[in-house]
Design a protein around this ligand. Structure first.
Ligand code: ADP
Ligand code: MG
Length: 449
């Protein structure tokens, strides 16, 4: 993704803030933020969740504003925006070890937390766990290749890296790479006429751990390179472990010969954990944080977040951060509110654009047709702006879609409206409060949908 001016500016501001606020505050409150938009006199910063935005506004606003003004060498109005357009705080893959520190030059970095010790085993992942453990203990002697598949956030990377951690102590020559990195290395070697060096690097391995092999879909040259690498390694009895977001047979436009290679060994899938397992995972993770949450709160999280472990961790972290910051126990209603956007069992789409429109119309006592139309009276314009904001920020609709939904307005009109809204959305302003109330109403709708 191309970096924008807003992105770069905000990163500079973050760098300066890091020197001024406690490390722990920086980690929990500022790290996931992003510069979204910059224009004369204001900088809009995306914050992954409303609770953090609120906290920043109350506690750090002055410092942030001053620091930004220092960076931009002039007064600037910093505004926070929250919404689904941003990556959630739990989504980025953590990358901790530096490339050199763990001793595999050019291999992908490993997260020190992704070991077998920290992996909880249940019915949903038992086979994948047993198979990876066996591969780590007796590489090349069991199922080969081992193919792990599941949707996101269910532990594939964790298990793959657990193998890496386990074999790191022995003198096994292994390499952990992501599909993306493999692709880049391969193409670079072609560009630089170094295909032999690439081949040398891979064919001497005792073990290849390739994360996210679906990345190779549609990349014919790389598939060809991988096919040869695979065969050479397999022939010499090296262990190959692959992870993928779907089954080999669902790999679509992937060369058939590669697909059939994947099916040679064992295919183990990981399923979303059931409620009891989710509770168990939460308890273990909570214990490590050293923070206390009631059983009722843990149950609430486990019930609310059912799709994957990464989201579960994200939800837990949010509550842990709250307790750390306030030093107070969390009330169940407060937790409900904080987790409102984690209603994963009821997707955002369960509240459609028409719902947003009718809800806003009702709140402002105007008609949905009025909002779609050309009426510029104060109340209708305001309702229209709130609708635009919610369609964009809450439902994640594109500018073009919003224009179409609102009676065929064009993209630039919507863009202009959003900019105006950004200016109106000053912290603690009435407009911001109106938006918050509308959001809460939508959340309630979603929960009861
Ligand atoms: P995937 O690669 O399948 O998208 P990850 O391996 O990145 O998923 O897992 C997402 C998060 O969930 C990681 O922080 C990981 O440690 C955690 N996780 C997943 N499954 C388990 C498990 N069974 N026990 C403990 N943590 C888990
Ligand atoms: Mg992964």
């Amino acid at each position: 993704m191309a970096r924008t001016e807003a992105d770069i500016t905000w990163e500079t501001v973050l760098g300066a803030l890091q020197l001024q606020v406690p490390a722990h505050t920086f980690e929990t409150m500022l790290k996931g933020s992003r510069g979204l938009e910059m224009a004369a006199g204001h900088l809009i910063v995306g914050i992954p969740n409303p609770f953090i935005a609120e906290w920043l506004e109350k506690r750090l606003y002055g410092v942030i504003q001053k620091t930004a003004a220092g960076v931009l060498k002039g007064p600037v109005d910093v505004q926070f925006s929250t919404g689904p357009a941003l990556p959630s705080e739990s989504s980025p893959e953590p990358r901790f070890y530096s490339k050199k520190a763990n001793g595999y030059p050019n291999g992908a970095s490993l997260n020190p937390k992704y070991t077998f010790d920290t992996f909880l085993v249940g019915e949903c992942n038992g086979l994948a766990h047993a198979a990876t453990l066996a591969a780590a203990e007796r590489p090349g002697k069991g199922y080969n290749p081992l193919f792990l598949c599941s949707g996101v956030g269910l532990g594939k990377t964790h298990l793959l890296q657990a193998i890496a951690h386990k074999v790191r102590e022995s003198n096994i020559n292994f390499r952990y790479v992501t599909g993306e990195q493999f692709t880049n290395e391969f193409l670079q070697s072609l560009r630089e006429g170094q295909a032999d060096r690439f081949r040398e690097r891979y064919r001497t391995l005792d073990m290849l751990l390739l994360d996210d092999v679906h990345f190779l879909i549609g990349k014919e040259q790389t598939q060809e390179g991988f096919f040869h690498t695979f065969n050479e390694l397999h022939n010499r009895g090296s262990q190959i472990v692959l992870t993928c977001d779907r089954l080999p047979k669902e790999l679509g436009p992937l060369e058939d010969r590669l697909r059939s290679r994947f099916q040679w060994g064992l295919i183990a899938d990981l399923q979303p954990p059931a409620l009891e397992m989710r509770l168990a995972i939460l308890k273990v993770k909570l214990e490590r944080s050293g923070i206390r949450l009631s059983e009722a709160i843990l149950e609430l999280i486990a019930k609310r977040v059912s799709t994957n472990v990464r989201e579960l961790e994200g939800a837990l972290n949010r509550l842990v951060a709250l307790v750390e910051l306030t030093g107070q126990p969390v009330a169940i209603e407060q937790a409900e509110r904080l987790l409102a956007d984690f209603c994963t069992s009821r997707p955002l789409s369960s509240v459609g654009a028409e719902k947003v429109l009718s809800l806003v119309a009702q709140r402002y006592s105007v008609s949905p047709e009025g909002i779609k139309g050309k009426d510029m009276t104060r109340n209708v314009s305001r309702a229209r702006r709130v609708t635009i904001y919610l369609l964009h920020d809450y439902l994640g609709h594109s500018l073009v879609e919003i224009g179409r939904l609102l009676g065929g307005r064009d993209r630039s009109t919507i863009h202009h409206a959003l900019r105006k809204i950004a200016l109106e959305m000053a912290p603690l302003s009435q407009f911001q409060d109106e938006i918050r109330q509308a959001r809460e109403e939508l959340d309630t709708l979603r929960r009861s949908a």
